[in-house]
Ligand binder design. Structure first.
Ligand SMILES: Nc1ncnc2c1ncn2[C@@H]1O[C@H](COP(=O)(O)OP(=O)(O)OP(=O)(O)O)[C@@H](O)[C@H]1O
Ligand SMILES: Nc1ccn([C@@H]2O[C@H](COP(=O)(O)O)[C@@H](O)[C@H]2O)c(=O)n1
Ligand SMILES: [Mg+2]
Length: 215
């Protein structure tokens, strides 16, 4: 697991030598945004960006951009996404790492990551970053399925066959990550079955300390 640390860790070498979430002399705040497929992570991240000045890094979006870029990993990533499978951590972490390092911002929403134990442990090892907290969007499969089938964004994984596989991966691999952080009292759970504005009211209460004028 630590094999890929060396070439990935270049930008974070200084981070590990300093403490906690320091990047050079910049303190990095990371919030992991987790929840089942279609629970509304991307929708609410857009609202948080607008009101609280975070940068939104969606692991899924970064992987889809990698496919489009014609990268050597593109074919592998595309087939994993079509199957609802989790792409090897080294690929996803490299994309997240690049995005964090090249951003002028110091506050990040990392959406859809970590998706399994391997994602979580590898990210900790490579970056030495622990999340400030984990925002968990809790929603029934019935509601998420309805939303995904109505999303209409041309995603190759928004079909009933892949959706069922993604639900299985969520329960078997991603929920244990949420339980891990819950054991560390880091999870802030949101009832994501409510309408979008009501969900955002609950999200806003959690992000109040990050408001531009908050003390
Ligand atoms: N609270 C809500 N009520 C009804 N529809 C919603 C709600 N939140 C999001 N949606 C809609 O559901 C669909 C999925 O939302 P979104 O893309 O934000 O989910 P996601 O958690 O990012 O999913 P994925 O994990 O597949 O990327 C979108 O069409 C969005 O407009
Ligand atoms: N940490 C991750 C995140 C995503 N994937 C792959 O991308 C697909 C879509 O992700 P969304 O968050 O946009 O729903 C997902 O089903 C995985 O195939 C990943 O491998 N690792
Ligand atoms: Mg999304």
């Amino acid at each position: 697991m630590v094999r890929f640390v060396n070439h990935l860790a270049v930008g974070f070498a200084a981070v590990k030598e300093v403490t906690g979430n320091m990047l050079g002399d910049k303190k990095v705040t990371v919030v992991f945004v987790l929840g089942g497929p279609g629970s509304g992570k991307g929708t609410q991240c857009a609202n948080i960006v607008e009101h609280f000045g975070f940068t939104h890094l969606s692991a899924g979006d970064l992987l889809r951009a990698e496919i489009k870029s014609g990268s050597e990993n593109g074919t592998m990533i595309e087939s994993m996404i079509k199957e609802g499978k989790i792409v090897p951590s080294e690929v996803t972490i490299k994309l997240l790492q690049e995005a964090i390092i090249t951003s002028a911002n110091d506050k990040f929403l990392i959406d859809g990551f970590p998706r399994n134990k391997e994602n979580r442990a590898a990210f900790e090892n490579v970056t030495n970053i622990s999340p400030a907290f984990v925002l968990f969007f809790d929603c029934s499969e019935e509601e998420m399925e309805k939303r995904l089938l109505g999303r209409n964004q041309g995603r190759v994984d928004d079909n009933i066959e892949t959706i069922r596989k993604r639900f299985k991966v969520f329960i078997e691999s991603s929920l244990p990550v949420i339980e891990y952080y819950n054991g560390k009292a880091k999870v802030k759970k949101i009832d994501a079955a409510k309408p979008i504005p009501e969900v955002f009211e609950d999200v806003k209460a959690i992000f109040a300390p990050y408001a531009p004028n908050a003390a």
